[in-house]
Design a protein around this ligand. Sequence first.
Ligand SMILES: [Zn+2]
Length: 339
Amino acid sequence: MRAVVMVAPGDVRVDETERPRIVEPTDAILKITAACICGSDLWPYRGADAVDHRPMGHEYVGVVAEIGSAVTTLAVGDFVVGTFISSDNTCEICQAGYQTHCVHRGPGADPGAQADYARIPNADGTLVATPGVPDPELIPSLLAASDVLGTGWFAAVAAEAGPGRTVAVVGDGAVGLMGVLAAKQLGAERIIAMSRHADRQALARSFGATDIVEERGDAGVERIKELTGGLGAHSTIEAVGTQESMMQAIHATRAGGHVGYVGVSHDVALPGRELFYSGVHLHGGPAPVRRFLPELIRLIWDREIDPGKVFDLTLPIEDAAEGYRAMDERRATKVLLTL
Ligand SMILES: [Zn+2]
C-alpha cells in the first residue's frame, strides 16, 4: 500500500509499505478515504522536532475493512471518523471527557493515516460511525472533525466561549479558524480573529468573526483592550504554541477570563509572577476530540456547519510532498489528501 513517510526535515515521500494487520483483538483496520496534513506536521518538517523515516498522518476518515474479535460496536463497511489518539472511552479519565489522556491511550492511527490503510487500536472507543455513507461533499467536513474542528472546539470550550462573551482568537491557521466557528456555535457575542492574511481574514469572517486585529504581540493586545473597553477578552483561544502567542493570549484576557490553549507548546515558559497577577484561568493541551465527535458529526450531517471550507488545497496522496511544501510556504491553510 501507499504511505507518506517523512524521511528527514523537508523530505516527504510516498513509499510502498506493508498493509497493517490486526494486532490486538480490539483493533480495526481502516481503508482510509481521506487524510490531511496537520499544522503540527510542520514542526518536524521545519526541523523543530526530530524526525527519521516517520510514517505520517493522524487525521482521517475511512471505511472499516477488518475488525478484531473483541470489537463489538463496529462492522466491516461502516464509515467512521477517528481521532489522533486512541482511547477506550470507558476509563475514569475518558468518562470525564479527557480521552486524549486515557489510561489506555495510544496512537490514533498506526503507523500513520496518510496511507491506504491504518490500524486503529481500541476501535470501539476511538472510532465514531456516521449515520450512513456520507455524500462526497461531506467528507472534507467530517475529516475536519477528526482534528482541527475538534481541537478548535475544545479550545473554545476550555476558554468558556458562550453567550455574552467576547472571544479573541490568537492564530489564523486551521485550528484558530475552527475556534472561530466553534465560538460562533457556542453563542459568543463577539469574536475577534487575529490575522494579517486577507484570505484567512475572509475565512474567519465566514466562520463568524465579527472583528479582525492585524497587530501582533503587545500591539495586538492593545487593540484587543481597545475593542473591549480596556478590559480584555472574556475568552481567548491560543492556537499557535509559541512563547509570543501564549503571552499574547494571556495578556489579551481580562481578569477572571479564560484562555483555552491548544497550540502544541514549543519552549513556552510562563513567568510565574505575571501569571499570578493576571487572574486568568488557563486550560488546554491535546484536545479530547473524541468527547465532541458525536455532536460534531451530527452538526455536519445536518448541514448546520461547514468546517470543510478550511481545506483550500486537495491533492492525491502521490502529491503529498507538494502538500507539505504548500503548507510550509503558507500557500495553503489546510491540505486534504485523497486516497
Ligand atoms: Zn480511557
